[in-house]
Design a protein around this ligand. Structure first.
Ligand SMILES: CC(C)(COP(=O)(O)OP(=O)(O)OC[C@H]1O[C@@H](n2cnc3c(N)ncnc32)[C@H](O)[C@@H]1OP(=O)(O)O)[C@@H](O)C(=O)NCCC(=O)NCCS
Length: 147
């Protein structure tokens, strides 16, 4: 089945919110799916489409300091381990680079072992930053310099 990487629109955002558990399981991250990201940073918000629907997506943007920031990346549970997350990340990297990004950054919770393994496979460095998300709320911060 062919998978196509497209720019995400608001309809896609609503679709993945309806199917939220297929991407995030028990975790409720719906509040992080901001319409503003798709509306204002549409060129760095991507979906992977196939005949059976949206298989994965990435919401990101490039900061004024030239960091390509990945706010959310998720692949549908039945498509994991097929290279789709890597494909989405590479597509974002190319778009971010064209917009001037010289490094990438992403954040995850300290318990998200899958995300940590995924980002390490993609060549990100990681470090735990205490209080990143407020007092007592540590996060893993991933960074990767772009060659
Ligand atoms: C993290 C996530 C996006 C990975 O997507 P994916 O499509 O399964 O990833 P890929 O198949 O492209 O894997 C890319 C590499 O990461 C590795 N990897 C991915 N998930 C892994 C896991 N759970 N454990 C170990 N390695 C993993 C793969 O082995 C692969 O390595 P390789 O290319 O060196 O062989 C997916 O598991 C997911 O959506 N998780 C839930 C949402 C989430 O936590 N997102 C990240 C926080 S924002």
């Amino acid at each position: 089945m062919t998978v196509r990487i497209d720019l995400a629109d608001v309809g896609d955002l609503h679709q993945v919110l309806e199917d939220h558990a297929r991407y995030w399981g028990e975790r409720d991250l719906r509040a992080l799916h901001l319409t503003a990201l798709v509306q204002e940073f549409g060129s760095t918000c991507l979906v992977a489409r196939a005949e059976d629907g949206i298989r994965g997506y990435l919401l990101g943007f490039v900061t004024p300091h030239r960091t390509g920031y990945v706010h959310l990346i998720a692949t549908r549970e039945d498509t994991r381990g097929t290279g789709l997350g890597r494909t989405l990340s590479e597509a974002f990297t190319e778009t971010a680079r064209r917009q001037g990004a010289v490094r990438l950054k992403a954040i995850t919770s300290v318990t998200n072992e899958g995300s940590i393994a995924f980002h390490r496979s993609l060549g990100f460095d990681d470090r735990v930053v205490e209080d990143y998300d407020g007092p007592g709320r540590a996060r893993v911060v991933f960074t990767r310099e772009l060659p």
